[in-house]
Ligand binder design. Structure first.
Ligand code: MEZ
Length: 560
């Protein structure tokens, strides 16, 4: 239920709807508002995208990317001390040995495990929370792949490059788009049920920046529709895929040849540490939403704390595009309980329109994400045409009722059941009233630098999914993350298994000398010892509680 202060604006939204509807019906949703040209996009990005804020980036002083500009909150994490001292572990006596160690239990981790197992490797998958607790499972709107006869991987390739401002690594985009249709078939064969027409053809929608309809979906539970199948499959293959939950990695291990050869992991429940020796190691740890860059709320899951980049970087792997963060244009800003929650882009794919306080459409609804988000920020902060919520947030409307008007009653209930439920809990019926939205921190555009086999710049270390960088340049389009985690999860699984199987039986001594070396760099750069990483879990304790803990002689940070 919206407060009285918003009722006048809601009346204006209802008043402008018939004309907006007429335009959408007569000209098609693509022409309801002129799309920006390249110059207009550049201006709105420069003036309003958070990445262009002067405090958004700073030079990192240590590690393989030293001297490069990196997102400030990430630079803070890279300039942090280890959680554990390498002295404490007897590397000559590993607690567990495996061919392939996978760190992270979302769709990339599960895909990697399945494909590594199929190569004949023994796999150990460790995950910080439960298997499946990840950004993968929270994706709503869909997965892109060129499955339609009017589409092709080449067209998809061009869209991905355009969305990424032509800065993407082309070989990764090629792998992503060429593997796309094959991966969709693989998912269907495993049991994923994508939305389809009665004659069996897959339903496809547009997303921001797509030149063809290629967004496949499982209603608006797409990530969950995919991951539950992958997770079940992993659990079914328990003979060769061992699973350890509530067990994050806290440091990578290398061997005397410089190859990454496993990790030190922590059991969250017992606080025990284990040394795991592996023939190859794959990072599938996801993104960084819980760093709340520039104070933004996030659509990400609780464990999205950038751990994989920290671990890989400290071991010596290079990053790419770690100066770029994605703010999804439509996060909820009302009610307060769901601030930052995702409002899927599928709403706009179905014809939903962003409107200001006067009920005016102010941007083409399907601009690429960074442009759409910047235009919404401009409407609120630059033009002051947003609405203020009782808790002090500012947002604009996303007109959902127009969807039923465009496509027939019942469309919203059928296509957007997650959205309907999310708002119904607060007595907001999105079939009758719009949602109030503002950009929310959604995705880590950059990550560890990889090639199409997911090899990082360190031998024996692979990265797949959100933790890898390069595929999307500095801006990802909707649905390409769900594709990336499966395409590159599979590729990492195959490549890592082959690497590990070739090395089976070798016994090169393990070392954590790289951690000592990193500490020396931190020391030289004068980095404050109170900063510890990976952080593993976000810190939401209020300052006054921390002060009390400190006064009682406890560590102020509950996570240490
Ligand atoms: O790819 C995404 O980020 C996605 C599917 C999000 C959404 O809006 O639903």
């Amino acid at each position: 239920m919206y407060p009285d202060t918003m009722q006048e604006s809601l009346r204006r939204v209802a008043a402008t709807r018939p004309e907006r509807l007429r335009l959408a019906r007569e000209k098609g949703s693509k022409h309801v508002f002129p799309a920006m040209n390249a110059d207009e996009r550049a201006v709105v990005l420069r003036e309003f995208h958070p990445d262009f804020n002067e405090k958004a980036r700073r030079k990192v002083r240590v590690g393989p990317n030293a001297g490069e500009e990196i997102t400030t909150e990430v630079a803070d994490l890279l300039e942090a001390w280890p959680r554990v001292s390498p002295d404490h572990f007897d590397l000559a006596k590993p607690d567990i040995e495996t061919d392939v160690l996978i760190i992270g239990g979302g769709s990339a981790g599960c895909s990697a495990a399945l494909l590594a197992e199929e190569q004949g490797a023994k796999v150990l998958l460790i995950t910080k929370l439960r298997l499946g607790d990840s950004n993968s499972v929270m994706a709503q709107g869909g997965i892109q792949a060129a499955v339609n006869p009017t589409d092709s991987p080449a067209t998809h390739y061009l869209d991905v490059l355009g969305g990424g401002h032509f800065q993407n690594k082309p070989e990764l985009v090629e792998a992503l788009t060429l593997d796309g249709p094959k991966v969709i078939q693989w998912l269907i064969d495993l049991g994923v049920i994508f939305d389809s027409w009665p004659d069996g053809r897959l339903v496809t929608h547009h997303g921001g920046g797509t030149s063809r309809k290629r967004m496949l979906s499982c209603r608006d539970y797409s990530g969950s529709g995919i991951l539950r199948v992958l997770r079940d499959e992993v659990e079914c293959r328990s003979e060769n895929i061992r699973l350890m939950e509530f067990t994050p990695a806290v440091e990578l291990i290398r061997d005397a040849d410089g190859t990454v050869a496993g990790a030190v992991v922590q059991n969250f429940e017992t606080d025990e540490y284990f040394v795991i020796k592996a023939g190859a190691t794959i990072l599938t740890t996801g993104g960084l939403g819980r760093l709340h860059t520039q104070g933004f709320p996030t659509s990400n899951h609780y464990g999205a704390t950038c751990d994989g980049v920290v671990l890989g970087y400290r071991a010596g792997a290079k990053t790419i595009f770690m100066d770029s963060v994605q703010y999804h244009p439509t996060g909820a800003v009302f009610p307060e309980q769901i601030v930052g929650f995702l409002v899927t882009e599928k709403v706009r794919g179905l014809g939903g329109q962003p409107l200001n306080i006067d009920g005016e459409l102010f941007v083409f609804p399907l601009e690429p994400r960074d442009v759409e988000a910047s235009a919404i920020i401009r409407e609120c902060r630059g033009r002051e045409k947003g609405l203020l919520t009782p808790s002090g947030q500012v947002g604009v409307w996303l007109d959902s009722p127009i969807i039923d008007e465009l496509h027939g009653p019942g469309t919203i209930e059928k296509e957007l059941p997650a959205m309907v439920r999310q708002f119904n809990r607060f007595n907001i019926d999105i079939t009758k009233e719009p949602m109030l939205i503002f950009p929310t921190l959604h995705f880590q555009n950059g990550g560890l630098d990889v090639n199409p086999d997911c090899e990082t710049t360190l031998p024996g270390l692979y990265a797949a999914g959100e933790v890898q960088g390069g595929t999307h340049g500095r801006n990802r389009l909707m649905g390409n993350s769900q594709l990336e985690i499966t395409v590159f999860g599979r590729r990492a699984g195959i490549a890592a298994a082959r690497y590990a199987l070739e090395r089976r039986g070798r016994s090169t001594p393990l070392t954590m000398e790289h951690v000592f070396a990193y500490c020396r760099e931190l020391e030289q750069a004068g980095i404050d010892r109170s900063r510890i990483a990976p952080i593993l879990l976000p810190d939401y304790l209020p300052e006054h509680v921390k002060a009390k803990r400190y006064a009682a002689g406890m560590p102020a940070d509950v996570r240490t």
